[in-house]
Design a protein around this ligand. Structure first.
Ligand SMILES: Nc1ncnc2c1ncn2[C@@H]1O[C@H](COP(=O)(O)OP(=O)(O)OP(=O)(O)O)[C@@H](O)[C@H]1O
Ligand SMILES: [Mg+2]
Length: 344
C-alpha cells in the first residue's frame, strides 16, 4: 500500500553535547534533575512557560536524552491548523475516507512511532479533537480516518502551552480529563527575568555561536551593556536575548543596542511612574490585592454557580462585604445579581 509521509525532523543517533543550557540558578538545577528522571520513561510531559522561555527546546532535549533519541521527533502546532484538517494531520486517513483522499496518508502520531510527538500550543486544540486525543491516550491505540483496524501506539507525548490550562478547564475550553492525561509530569520554565544569574552563561553561549556561524568576531560586551542586560525585563525571554545577540554580531552596533535597551527601560518605567515622578508603592500593592481578590471571588462564585450568599460564607466574609467587594473589583453588579437570583 502506498503512503505519503512528510519529511520528519529526525534527531541524529546519540547527537553530540546538548544545546539546551540549564544554567546554574537553583530553579534550573532542580529542573535539570527532574528532566534526568523523566527522560527515560515514556510518561507524558506538559511544558508551560511564557513565550520564548524554551518550551520547544526543552521538548527536544527530553527526546534527545531519552532512549527514543535516535528516532523521530515530530512537532505539531495545534494552533496553526484548523480543527477539521487537524484530525487527518494527527491520525492520517485511508484512501477514499473522504472526497479528495486519493491516497492513504499516515498521520503525525504514526510518523512519530518509536519516537516523540510534540503537541505545541495544546491549549488551542479544538474540543472535538480533544475528545479523540483523549481516547488515543487512554486506549494506547489509534485508527486512521476511514480505517477499520487500530494501530498500537508507540509514541511518547510531550505537550506545551503558554496558556493557563486550569483556567481554560474552568472556562470550558479544555477537557479536564485530557488535562490529567497530558499533565502527568509538569515542567514550568521560568521567565528569564526570574533567573537573571543565568544571563552571563547564555550571553557567552549565543555570542560564541553566532560569532562562529557568521564568521564575525565581536568585542566583549562593555560593562554598560552587561549592566543593561541585567536590568532589562526581557519580555520575549531567551528568544529575545538570542535575537539581540545575533543582531549585535551581525551589525556590530553596541552603541545603538545600548540606546534601544535604555529607551525600552524608560518606557517600562513610564508605565508605573505617576505624573509627580514617584512610584507609589501603596497604590501598586492595593492594585495587586484587588487583582487577587477579584480572581478568588470569581472562582468561588463560579464554584457556587453565582450564589452570593453561599460564596460569602465560603470566603468567610459577610454578605454585605461581598457586595462591597464586587463593586470595588468592578464586577458587574447586575450580571452577578441576576445569576445569583437564579441560583438562590
Ligand atoms: N535553555 C536554552 N538553552 C539554549 N537556547 C535556548 C534555551 N531556551 C531557549 N533557547 C533559544 O531560544 C529560542 C526560543 O526557544 P523556544 O522556541 O524553545 O521557546 P518557546 O518557549 O517554545 O517559545 P514560544 O512560546 O514562543 O513558542 C530558541 O531559538 C532557542 O535557541
Ligand atoms: Mg514554542
Amino acid at each position: 500500500m502506498s503512503t505519503i509521509t512528510e519529511p520528519v525532523f529526525q534527531m541524529e543517533a546519540g547527537s553530540g553535547p546538548s544545546e539546551f543550557l540549564f544554567g546554574s540558578t537553583p530553579v534550573m538545577l532542580d529542573l535539570k534533575k527532574k528532566i534526568a528522571l523523566v527522560s527515560n520513561t515514556d510518561v507524558p510531559v506538559l511544558i508551560t512557560g511564557e513565550s520564548g522561555t524554551g518550551k520547544e527546546s526543552l521538548a527536544i532535549e527530553i527526546h534527545r536524552s531519552s532512549r527514543r533519541g535516535p528516532n523521530p521527533f515530530v512537532k505539531v502546532n495545534c494552533a496553526a491548523i484548523p480543527g477539521a484538517l487537524m484530525e487527518s494531520e494527527l491520525f492520517g486517513f485511508e484512501r477514499g475516507a473522504f472526497t479528495g483522499a486519493v491516497q492513504r496518508r499516515i498521520g503525525k502520531f504514526e510518523q512519530a512511532t518509536t519516537g516523540t510527538i510534540f503537541l505545541d500550543e495544546i491549549a488551542d486544540l479544538d474540543l472535538a479533537l480533544q475528545a479523540k486525543l483523549l481516547h488515543v491516550l487512554q486506549d494506547g491505540n489509534l485508527s486512521m480516518i476511514g480505517a477499520s483496524e487500530e494501530v498500537m501506539l508507540d509514541t511518547r507525548v510531550i505537550c506545551a502551552t503558554n496558556r493557563d490550562i486550569p483556567s481554560a478547564v474552568q472556562g470550558g475550553q479544555f477537557r479536564q480529563d485530557l488535562f490529567y492525561r497530558i499533565n502527568v509530569i509538569h515542567v514550568n520554565l521560568p521567565a528569564l527575568r526570574q533567573r537573571r544569574a543565568d544571563l552571563p552563561e547564555l550571553v557567552d553561549h549565543f555570542l560564541a555561536h553566532y560569532t562562529k556561524l557568521f564568521g564575525r568576531p565581536v568585542a566583549k560586551p562593555s560593562a554598560a551593556l552587561v549592566e543593561l542586560f541585567g536590568s532589562y525585563h526581557w519580555p520575549g525571554n531567551i528568544r529575545e536575548l538570542e535575537n539581540t545577540l545575533k543582531q549585535l554580531v551581525i551589525l556590530q552596533n553596541e552603541g545603538e543596542l545600548i540606546r534601544t535597551l535604555e529607551a525600552r527601560l524608560k518606557e517600562e518605567m513610564a508605565r508605573i511612574v505617576d505624573p509627580d515622578g514617584t512610584v507609589p508603592l501603596k497604590k501598586y500593592v492595593k492594585l495587586a490585592v484587588l487583582k487577587v481578590e477579584k480572581e478568588l471571588i470569581l472562582k468561588v462564585l463560579r464554584h457556587n454557580r453565582w450564589n452570593r450568599k453561599k460564596s460569602a460564607r465560603m470566603l468567610r466574609i459577610s454578605y454585605r462585604a461581598l457586595l462591597y467587594k464586587l463593586k470595588e473589583c468592578g464586577l458587574d453588579q447586575r450580571e452577578t445579581a441576576v445569576l445569583s437570583e437564579r441560583a438562590e
